[in-house]
Design a protein around this ligand. Structure first.
Ligand code: ADQ
Length: 466
């Protein structure tokens, strides 16, 4: 292979991997690109009056990025529209929130054609191409239409919904058919992979055996490839100076109370309303323990132009206000609700200061916060992870307290159990989870995918089912 070409909706700023600045995915892809002298292509995030296809190249820390501006209609229909109002809710089982508009589907197709036109001249015959996520599902097919013979892989960062749900999408079959252009398709869990295979076999025929989906003369490798974090880096971040400072601050402000922490983008898939209700139930049912705890929820707003995201913001403020109104005292507020992001080293300190990490998405492809929480703990006195069964991460992190996030009772019970958990049990559970996060880290993830993309044999991961 001469090079790796990564295509994704947005291209991360390549900062050279300085601790505290980059997210895990950016670190992972940057490292892969460095190893394979790569190119990273995507939308610049800028909007122009008319699409020109002009590429802006930048060379940073050994990686070349190539970005293109989009026109306003593309952003409205492709990004805000089909990606965030149609596919995101549908892929997270929220058919009630999914908006099915022909303009969105057309804009999505058009933007993908434009991406294909723009990136095609940059591709050399031996390059392997790695397309990322639900914004770009038809990109591989568009490249094939333009004569691209390279190996092309696709990785989905979200869940893949059951067939019955996916069929509510008017162009479900056409969209899925575009995926037959890929050589490899990767999912975080076997559950998402099986849903995809079932859809294809039911709707199109074909077989799925030994990781290979066969459709006529087409062969597509379906790969379980759970994303990890840079565990070593995050753990050392949590021991670093800034994290220690944050930890001390949190300890002082906690005033001997146990901190429960939640960190999520403000998104309906993350189960924040149900989480607040579960915590409220804990407060109601445990009057003696009430003032022994507080919940810190950090949730920076995202996708603010989409109505569902404005609604969830209002609703959460309502619940937090009600809970605080009902239970707060002169010296205690039960929910601290913070609406902005923090640098990763501060976040690491917050995780380490917490007695409980409360990670309860209603549906999540993986969920990296759960892994970061574990990586940041003090091995001698670790906090307890309460994790939704419906996050991809639950497959690997079986030693968390797994809960049904829809059940306020289960969430309340898990909080009580976590608070009472003896240190030996906390250590035992933490060790098992840390080991997994260390072994199946972000380097493992990208190597696994790139191996499959290059047609090399890839062993199945150890744990496949919950
Ligand atoms: P997301 O839905 O964004 O990712 P997640 O995996 O939890 O969810 O990653 C969020 C990242 O943002 C984490 O690294 C976290 O530290 C960071 N973050 C969140 N809130 C923050 C805050 N307040 N301040 C600073 N940083 C914050 C999508 C899928 C997931 C999948 C990932 C990767 O929805 O299921 O795990 O992609 O594939």
């Amino acid at each position: 292979m001469s090079r790796l070409v990564v295509v994704s909706n947005r291209v991360a700023a390549i900062t050279g991997g300085a601790a505290g600045s980059q997210g895990g995915l950016a670190v992972a892809l940057t490292a892969a690109l460095r190893e394979y002298r790569g190119l990273w292509f995507g939308w610049s995030g800028e909007i122009t009056d008319e699409f020109t296809g002009q590429i802006n190249f930048q060379r940073q820390n050994g990686v070349t990025t190539a970005t293109v501006d989009l026109e306003e209609q593309d952003v409205e229909e492709y990004y805000d529209g089909y990606a965030n109002r149609t596919l995101w809710p549908l892929f997270h089982y929220r058919v009630d929130l999914a908006e099915y508009e022909r303009e969105f589907a057309e804009g999505y197709q058009r933007a993908n054609e434009r991406f294909a036109d723009t990136v095609l001249p940059l591709i050399e015959p031996d390059d392997a191409i790695w397309v990322q996520d639900y914004h770009m599902i038809p990109l591989g097919a568009e490249l094939r239409k333009r004569g691209c013979k390279n190996r092309i892989g696709f990785f989905l960062h979200t869940p893949w919904p059951p067939r019955r749900l996916l069929l509510t999408l008017p162009e479900a079959n056409e969209l899925v058919a575009t995926m037959f252009a890929y050589d490899v398709i990767g999912f975080h869990t076997d559950e998402w992979l099986q849903s995809f295979a079932e859809f294809v076999i039911f709707e199109n025929g074909g077989t799925f055996e030994d990781g290979i989906l066969r459709l006529g003369d087409k062969e597509i490798r379906l790969l379980v490839c759970p994303i990890g974090i840079d565990c070593g880096e995050f753990a050392s971040l949590a021991r670093g100076e800034q994290a220690q400072k944050t930890l001390e601050q949190m300890r002082v402000s906690a005033n001997n109370r146990a901190m429960i922490v939640g960190v999520d983008r403000l998104d309906y898939s993350k189960g924040l309303e149900a989480r607040f209700l579960g915590y409220e139930r804990f407060l109601r049912e445990n009057p003696d323990e009430r003032k022994e705890v507080f919940l810190l929820q950090i949730a920076p707003p995202s996708r603010g132009t989409v109505e569902a995201y404005q609604d969830i913001r209002g609703s959460l403020e309502g619940i937090a206000g009600r809970v605080n109104g009902a239970y707060a005292d002169l010296d205690w507020v039960p929910i601290r609700y913070v609406n902005h992001g923090y640098p990763r080293d501060v976040l690491a300190g917050v995780y380490r200061a917490a007695r409980i990490g409360l990670v309860t998405p209603l549906r999540d492809g993986m969920n990296l916060v759960a892994k970061e929480f574990v990586a940041a703990q003090d091995p001698d006195d670790p906090g307890v992870l309460i994790l939704s069964r419906f996050a991809g991460a639950a497959v690997q992190l079986k030693d968390a307290l797994l809960v049904n996030p829809y059940s306020a009772e289960e969430v309340a019970d898990a909080i009580r159990t976590a608070l009472a958990m003896p240190r030996e049990e906390r250590i035992r559970r933490w060790k098992a989870m840390f080991e997994n996060i260390q072994n199946e880290d972000v380097v493992w993830w990208r190597q696994r995918f790139t191996q499959a993309l290059l047609g090399e044999p890839v062993p199945e991961p150890e744990v496949l089912e919950i």
